[in-house]
Design a protein around this ligand. Sequence first.
Ligand code: HEC
Ligand SMILES: [Cu+2]
Length: 356
Amino acid sequence: MRRTHYRALVQSIRDKIAGIVVLLAGILLAASLCFGGPANPSPPNMFRPASTPADAILHISIFVLIISFVIFAVVFGLLVYALAKFRRRAGDDGREPPQVYGSNQVELAWTVLPILIVLVLFLATARVIHSVEDARKPPDAVEVIAIGHQFWWEFRYPSLGVVTANELHVPVSDPAHPTPTFIRLLSADTDHSFWVPRLAGKTDLIPNRTNSTWIDPHEAGVYVGQCAQYCGTQHAKMLLRVYVEPQDQFNRWVQEEAKPAQMSDAVSEGRGIFETTACINCHAILGTVANGRFGPDLTHLMSRETIASGAASNTPENLRLWIHDPEAIKPGSLMPAMNLTDQDLDALTAYLETLR
Ligand code: HEC
Ligand SMILES: [Cu+2]
């Protein structure tokens, strides 16, 4: 009788474990679908830092985790010891055990030790915050102004004459000859937060305030991030991508981006539509009458791999769909559907396709 009961128990525990394993596998699969694939070359993993501030944050995290784990092990060990040693035994007389009051040694130990531990954690954290926040800006640093908008990122390089959106390009920083990128963070509307886990910790973008952060990526590649402060309906689709390139490739990119837009007579019809609709109130195209700043600068739209802050890849179909109905790609986006005819849509898309 007892035996079957025991077997049923083991079976039910086994079922539960199997259930948990299946659940975990499901979560991992979902995560890999979200973060994997060609659109997301380097998953946002803070345990694989590629830049000094992210490195420092990982080190302090591991230090804090180790101390916490030691505390956990000691407390849990003492608890298990006490439970086992003082458990009720056969032949227990049921009397209350001797009670101990006011042991100075014990009181002192559990007051002083935690204070020391907190002090160590405080000093170690303060050191990391100081090293990240007060880092000296070397003369070779690239300067960027990042402006958070609902729901996209504007990137300006004031000394290079470049304005772009959502995809930040920076040079690789060789530790022997560092070329970090210092980013001033502003907001055009509400609170946002700049977070690229492999490059640096989060820093908020707050209206009427200038914050700053910096990155010095050691390896070329694409690093993905995300607005990390809820800022409205489309907060979840306010992704950001950092393209880290060797210095010469970065210089070439800057050269191309600083040029005015290409003018091709083949698409003058589309350009005419653009220049005579409300598009120009919200978008700028260098070299044309369009100088709006409510939406992304489109001068070199085709140099970007994604549109709408990483919500879709930059293909002609997606571009056409976006202009036809932004809600189809990004519900709640602040770009209105412009109700153009099919023919105008085609001409407009063809024009945008020339903005290399
Ligand atoms: C009321 C302002 C407004 C008008 C008018 C407007 N847009 Fe936009 N547009 C935006 C905003 C805001 C975004 C960014 C949306 C987002 O990512 O959430 C955007 C994004 C875009 C993008 C994607 C750019 C990128 O790099 O992600 C394209 C392309 C675009 N608009 C084209 C047009 C065209 C063409 C017109 C005219 C037919 C137009 N827009 C009219 C505000 C506007
Ligand atoms: Cu945001």
